[in-house]
Design a protein around this ligand. Structure first.
Ligand SMILES: Cc1cc2nc3c(=O)[nH]c(=O)nc-3n(C[C@H](O)[C@H](O)[C@H](O)COP(=O)(O)OP(=O)(O)OC[C@H]3O[C@@H](n4cnc5c(N)ncnc54)[C@H](O)[C@@H]3O)c2cc1C
Length: 417
């Protein structure tokens, strides 16, 4: 079949690679270059352990304090509060222990095969070096502090995530430059990271192009339907392109497209920021999650990247780079040796659903349209497996993981999110 893929982020690129392995031909539709939207500047963590949703039990108690702190991990811009309030109410409904356990179990299924799903694509692209498999450290000021997160850590363990406890000296043996603010760590050996998320996407996309994919550089603005099938895509340059099937992988912008097909999804952008520091003066070897500060730190090819924060302001508002500055000043607090002078800043739109799980599956009432979006904070971890599973669905094969929790119908059932 000839499949149109809307979006050239990690989900679109990986889906193309997996579809081509089945002999399908693909055309990308995206006005932008591959790997330049949210998949450009993320923290690059590839973590089978990243199963906990954003909304955790008891989190609501911390929200007022966060909102009062302009440098805190959560900001809601005043003009956007009425728009995002219903979404936040849904989000809170998923943050109780029962829901979090259900979501973590589903995400474990999606994230566990992260390396198995990436490696065939990267090996073909000659880019296996864009994945490191050297574990990840969750670090805390002390063991007592880590105990405040023990419910989540135990849930991870109950799902098979290995988390080795490290007292201070063992932690500094692994990462000497953690001396200063940290005194306890948990090492997750099965995790990994990419040293350049954008390059990773571009490598997979570039191989898809080399294997015959096309790329029409325009925005999809509509679908031509014939009964219960999509016959063609219409673009903002006025052109029309016939397809045998379509995959919507347009990240935070996907909701606008599914609405045209009669499917509403509560998709919201959780805007996140990074600073990437050249010549940082400290040397970390692997991904480090500073849990109390809510900052992910990854030594990348282009410098040391500090990423995090959540800002609700919609898809159109300009970035507020004070959020990135706040990451930088937190960074200098926790790493006494950090030299922050030379750095770049970035903002990206995490595509987020209120239950912190993506949508993976077929568009209702449409035989030849599929969706892969809404991966929130774990799109790099889950992107390649999503592509593999979409290829299974397109080819009519049984999925290799349980896709039931990711069906879009969960938002339309009575009493649903
Ligand atoms: C600060 C930060 C840190 C993060 N850290 C991590 C991490 O460590 N690990 C992890 O797994 N995830 C992380 N994430 C999340 C991850 O980056 C995202 O989940 C992932 O990149 C989403 O990929 P995507 O392919 O769905 O969307 P995108 O990469 O945003 O791509 C969507 C594409 O769709 C195109 N598009 C949109 N509308 C249309 C249209 N109408 N027609 C044609 N094309 C269209 C856009 O131009 C874009 O190219 C982080 C995110 C942020 C912001």
């Amino acid at each position: 079949m000839h499949i149109g893929i809307i979006g050239t982020g990690i989900v679109g690129a990986a889906t193309a690679g997996w579809l081509q392995r089945d002999g399908h031909s693909v055309t990308f539709f995206d006005p932008n270059e591959a790997g330049e939207a949210c998949s450009f500047g993320n923290a690059g963590s590839l973590s089978p352990s990243a199963v906990l949703p954003v909304g955790m039990p008891g989190m609501w108690k911390k929200v007022p304090k966060w909102l009062l702190d302009p440098d805190g991990p959560l900001v809601i811009r005043a003009h956007y509060l009425p728009t995002v309030l219903p979404w936040l109410m849904q989000f809170l409904r998923h943050s109780n222990e029962r829901e979090v356990t259900r979501i973590a179990t589903a995400l474990r299924g999606l994230l566990s095969p992260v390396f198995d799903s990436y490696m065939p694509l990267l090996q073909r692209a000659g880019a296996s070096d864009l994945v490191r498999r050297d574990g990840c450290l969750y670090v805390y000021s002390s063991r007592e502090s880590a105990d405040r997160w023990s419910w989540g850590a135990n849930l991870r363990r109950s799902l098979g995530v290995e988390m080795q406890e490290l007292e201070a000296e063992a932690l500094f043996d692994l990462e000497p430059d953690l001396r200063g603010s940290f005194g306890f760590g948990q090492f997750a050996p099965e995790n990994g990271a990419t040293p350049d998320p954008s390059a990773l996407v571009k490598a997979i996309y570039g191989q898809a192009i080399a294997d015959g994919a096309g790329h029409i550089r325009a925005r999809v603005t509509g679908f031509d339907r014939k009964a219960d099938r999509i016959a063609a895509l219409t673009l903002d340059d006025g052109s029309r392109h016939e397809v045998d099937g379509v995959v919507i992988a347009a990240g935070a912008w996907s909701g606008q497209l599914t609405r045209m097909l009669g499917t509403r999804v509560p998709l919201e952008s959780q805007r996140g920021y990074h600073v990437t520091i050249q010549d940082p003066g400290i040397d970390l070897k692997r991904n480090v999650m500073a849990v109390e500060q809510n900052i992910m730190v990854n030594p990348m090819q282009m410098g040391l990247r500090l990423a995090g924060t959540v800002e609700f302001a919609g898809l159109k508002a300009a970035p507020d780079f004070r959020r990135a500055e706040a990451l930088l000043s937190r960074g200098t607090e926790i790493f006494p040796g950090l030299r922050p002078d030379k750095h770049t800043k970035w903002m990206g739109h995490r595509p987020c659903l209120p239950d912190s799980m993506p949508v993976i599956g077929r568009v209702p009432r449409t035989q030849n349209a599929w969706m892969g979006f809404g991966h929130g904070h774990v799109g790099m971890c889950g992107g390649a497996t999503t592509g593999r599973e979409l290829a299974n669905l397109v080819s009519g094969r049984a999925p290799e993981i349980d896709l039931e929790p990711f069906r879009v119908e969960r938002f339309s059932r009575p009493g649903a999110a």
